[in-house]
Structure formats: C-alpha cells, structure tokens
Design a protein around this ligand. Structure first.
Ligand code: GUN
Length: 288
C-alpha cells in the first residue's frame, strides 16, 4: 500500500491561521510582533527563502524588516547591525539567513544576536539549552519536522530513528528532539559506512543532507516514516528532495513531499518563535 502523504502545506496553513489570531490579540494589548531578516550577499536560493518568510510574516500580521547587505560586508559591521536590532524595541525576532558569504564566520555572527531574539534557535545559549533538555527556542526546521509527526501520531517512543545529516541547523537538533521523545537515535553522515544498512533499520528516517534522491527505495524499511528535509534544484530547474519520492512512497508508511512537506512547516515555526518572543513583552519582569 502506498504511503500516507504528510501534508506540511495544509498543516502550516492551519498553524498560521491560529497564529494570526494570536497576533491580533497581541496587537490589541499594544504589542505588534516584529521580525528582522538579515540577508548578506546575493545567493539566489536565500533570496527566495527570505521572500517567502517575509510574505508569511506579513500575512500573519507580523511586522517584517529586510536588512539587505552587500556580500562584501565585514564581520564587525555585520555584528554592529545585529546589535542595533538587539536594541530595537520594534523587533522581537532576528534571523540571519545562512549561508553567509565567505569568509564571514557565521558562528561569531550568530553569537551577536540577543538570545531572547534568536528566533532560529542557533545561538549557543539556545542550542545549549536544547541539548540540556531545557529547550528555550527550538530551531524552526526540526520543530516543524516534530510537529508534522506529532500531528500524524507517528509513534516515536522506543522506535529507531535514523537521521542522515549532522548540521547544527537540522541534523543535530532533530536528533536531540527525537531523543527527548524516547526514540533510539542514530546519526549518519558523509563518513558513515554502509548507509543503506543503517537506514534499512529505521522506523523513522530523516534525510537532511542536500543530495537529490540519495534515499532510494531499497534503503527504506517497509512501513517506515520518511521525512525529507532536502531542497535541491535539479538541472531542469525542478525541485527534488533527498528522497526518491516516487519510488519510496511505494514502501514507506508515511512520507513528506518536496515541495509542500517540511518547507512550509519551517516558516510556520519561525513565526511561532517570533510571536512567542513578542508575547514575553507582556510577561511580568522578574524582580531584581
Ligand atoms: N538557511 C537554511 N535554512 C535556514 C534556516 O532555518 N534559518 C536560517 N537563518 N538560514 C537558513
């Protein structure tokens, strides 16, 4: 039997509709959530992602500002721009689109973001909290993956989850979130030997490497849940995930399409993180 398709597009739309109401309630109480998106350089894919994020923000009632900077910007100047946003009371969330142009040290730039405004969850304070089991801000793509599986009631406790990819943006944090749901987690990467042997043991398989159609049908256990985080542009201009969707959907139990799977969930989670950050403005400040 063919797999059940996990429709991220429609789930993200319903999350965004609920967020729109939360924004309206915040605005009534005098807080308009604000998101700043920093785009350095002219990577065409980054430009598309940034445009989609800003469109979704505006549609949800979140104020968005684009800070467009030349690819030649120095690290010090970039950090200063971020410090300005840290001090800007109209901005609750700061997102620095990655990758940054070479030779900028992305880690040093991300550390300049005030942790409370770090809506991507990439600051070491937020990453540390996640890995200590006290998540503050959960990175958007991993949060979206987990929400999609939760909605479909995919069993995780005691199951074997295999993550292909070990990036700070997806692989490492999603492995941690799966562990928190009591899955047994294996992380594979470019140096892993016999990838197929590892993936065939997965009840949940997450592909996040950026290699088109890396996951073939014979690498998937029948009935497994297959989550495709890859977004790869093929030579003919079409988008392909890291999973050979047409073949794998014949054996998997659940599968996400590309596009329309994880991508829209990432944006919904970004807005959720930003709105949560803005809501904190109404919480009583701790004494001291
Ligand atoms: N580049 C690819 N994915 C992401 C993401 O989730 N956040 C940011 N800031 N940049 C990215």
């Amino acid at each position: 039997m063919a797999a059940q398709i996990l429709d991220g597009k429609s789930l993200a739309a319903s999350i965004r509709a609920a967020l729109k109401e939360r924004v309206a309630a915040l605005v009534q109480r005098g807080v308009k959530p604000g998101l700043a998106v920093v785009l350095a350089g002219d990577d065409p894919a980054s430009r598309v992602y940034v445009r989609n994020k800003r469109l979704a923000a505006t549609e949800t009632g979140v104020h968005s500002e684009l800070i467009e900077l030349p690819g030649t910007i120095g690290q010090r100047e970039l950090r200063e721009r971020i410090e300005g946003l840290n001090a800007n009371r109209a901005i609750h969330g700061i997102l620095v689109q990655l990758p940054l142009p070479k030779p900028i040290d992305a880690a040093a730039v991300l550390e300049a973001i005030a942790p409370a405004k770090d809506v991507d969850g990439f600051h070491e304070i937020n990453m540390g909290a996640l890995f200590a089991g006290r998540p503050a801000v959960v990175p958007c793509t991993p949060a979206g993956v987990m929400r999609l599986m939760e909605q479909a009631r995919i069993p995780l406790a005691g199951r074997h989850a295999v993550v292909i990819g070990r990036s700070n943006i997806v692989g490492k944090p999603v492995a941690q979130l799966l562990l928190q749901k009591d899955a047994t987690v294996t992380i594979c990467h470019s140096k892993s030997s016999d990838l197929s042997e590892l993936t065939r043991r997965a009840d949940v398989l997450i592909a996040a490497v950026g290699r088109p159609k890396l996951v073939r049908q014979d690498m998937v256990k029948p009935g497994a849940c297959v989550i495709d985080v890859g977004v790869n542009r093929l030579e003919d201009g079409k988008l392909a995930g890291d999973v050979d969707f047409q073949a794998v959907k014949e054996v998997a139990g659940w599968i996400t399409p590309v596009p329309g799977g994880v991508g829209p969930m990432t944006i919904a989670m970004l807005l959720e993180n930003c709105i949560r950050a803005a809501s904190r403005e109404l919480e009583p400040k701790p004494a001291g």
